[in-house]
Write a protein that binds this ligand. Structure first.
Ligand code: UD1
Ligand code: UDP
Length: 359
């Protein structure tokens, strides 16, 4: 059997790399197609995991639109698929890369395997366009690898046959275990930040770009001023995000704005932070492994497990609601505990399922 793994953005590399590497370890014939929807951030993560692409579709342009990404991928990927004829094509999550590649594979009658299937906010426009992307991918997939039982239930409610759905955990826990076991994170951290107490923040969601992002940043700035605490914010490469961040808090002495960090450095900062404010999906899934509370700066969630396990609050995007949630977060004392998103063995489960090897 021949396996094709595709990715294009930072979080996809993080979540696909452990599975791809596990397949290679098992001697499987597997190759990577990188769309490079994120040029620099994808390359950075591929270096961290030591993953190389056999094909690089090089689709990113600085003024890219959702349609231009789709168009470039749909023009370029079919040529690779015709040449390589893989049996199964793996996509991860809900990016435009994942959706476009899944459709191309479907058109070529190649089976699609969806890593992180079944996440739903139940609002088609939030997150935009990811909620649409993941629904489309799940429709065309033969293997639906749901991270949690909740995700599996979402799929069943949509009428997807149960024998296509496998609850396997989230590969992000495999990825963070790989890094935590190979690096001394506190040593890495000591070279990154000169202070003990800080809030770690990330922001990038399309639907937050604009007034919502200004409100979120203003709330964090108010809290930081009141408590005299540092905020470390690696600023996403998206120019629209960068403009808002630098305009709103660029000269605020409490904010430490840095370039996107490699995964080892980011996990080192996550391990040592007071708590997190973020609109990221992956960060929510990582925080429980380090016992960190997440103020989720969004209006909807497809990861209710975070809230249910007591590791986060869905804070909305208003200045007052974010500030209120930060006050709550500041009072939390949590220990690292069982991560509701996975146990670090997801890659192996996926390999066993597609190979028919008993668990
Ligand atoms: C994409 C995904 C989102 C995911 C996020 C992870 C879609 C629709 N969205 O959103 O689901 O959560 O990635 O971060 O697929 N840029 C660079 N260099 C980079 C990366 C981005 O310059 O390495 C700039 C480019 O100008 C690009 C812009 O950022 O046009 C936006 O990137 P894009 O992939 O279109 O959207 P994201 O908001 O990053
Ligand atoms: N991350 C990173 N460096 C950073 C910021 C985030 O390595 O400077 C990692 C983080 O640990 C998580 C992933 O990137 O695994 C999340 O990516 P992002 O927030 O861009 O996308 P999402 O998960 O929301 O799709």
């Amino acid at each position: 059997m021949k396996f094709c793994f595709v990715f294009g953005t930072r979080p996809e590399v993080i979540k696909v790399a452990p599975v791809y590497k596990f397949f290679l370890q098992k001697g499987e014939e597997a190759f990577v197609v990188a769309t490079a929807q994120h040029r620099e951030m994808m390359d950075m993560m591929m270096n961290v995991f030591g993953v190389e692409a056999k094909y690089d579709l090089n689709v990113m342009t600085h003024d890219q639109t959702l349609d231009s990404i789709v168009a470039s991928i749909m023009q370029r990927l079919p040529l690779v698929l015709q040449r390589e004829k893989p049996d199964i094509l793996f996509v991860q999550g809900d990016t435009t890369t994942a959706m476009s590649c899944a459709i191309c594979a479907f058109h070529s009658k190649i089976k699609v395997a969806h890593i992180e299937a079944g996440l739903r906010s139940h609002d088609l426009y939030d997150p935009f366009p990811e909620e649409m992307n993941r629904r489309v991918i799940d429709v065309v997939s033969t293997y639906l690898f749901a991270p949690t039982n909740n995700a599996k239930e979402n799929l069943i409610k949509e009428g997807i046959e149960e024998d296509r759905i496998y609850t396997v955990g989230n590969t992000v826990v495999d990825a963070l275990n790989m890094i935590s076991n190979s690096f001394n994170l506190s040593q890495v951290r000591s070279q990154l930040v000169p202070f003990e107490k800080y809030i770690l923040m990330t922001l990038h969601r399309r639907e937050n770009i604009g007034e919502r992002m200004v409100s979120i940043l203003s709330a964090v700035a108010r809290f930081a001023r009141e408590r005299n605490v540092h905020v470390v914010l690696p600023v996403h490469k998206n120019p629209s995000v960068r403009r808002i961040v630098f305009d709103t808090v660029g000269s605020d002495p409490h904010f430490h704005l840095v370039e996107p960090l490699d995964y080892v450095s980011f996990l080192a900062l996550l391990e040592g932070c007071w708590f997190v404010v973020s609109d990221s999906g992956g960060v929510q899934e990582e925080a429980p492994s380090f016992g960190k509370f997440v103020v989720v700066a969004r209006r909807t969630t497809e990861r209710p497990e975070l809230i249910e396990s007591g590791f986060g609050i869905l804070a909305g995007t208003e200045e007052s609601s974010i500030h209120e949630a930060m006050v709550l977060a500041s009072q939390k004392k949590l220990d690292p505990s069982g991560n509701p998103f996975g146990d670090g063995k997801t890659s192996e489960r996926i390999w066993r399922i597609v190979r028919g090897v008993s668990q």
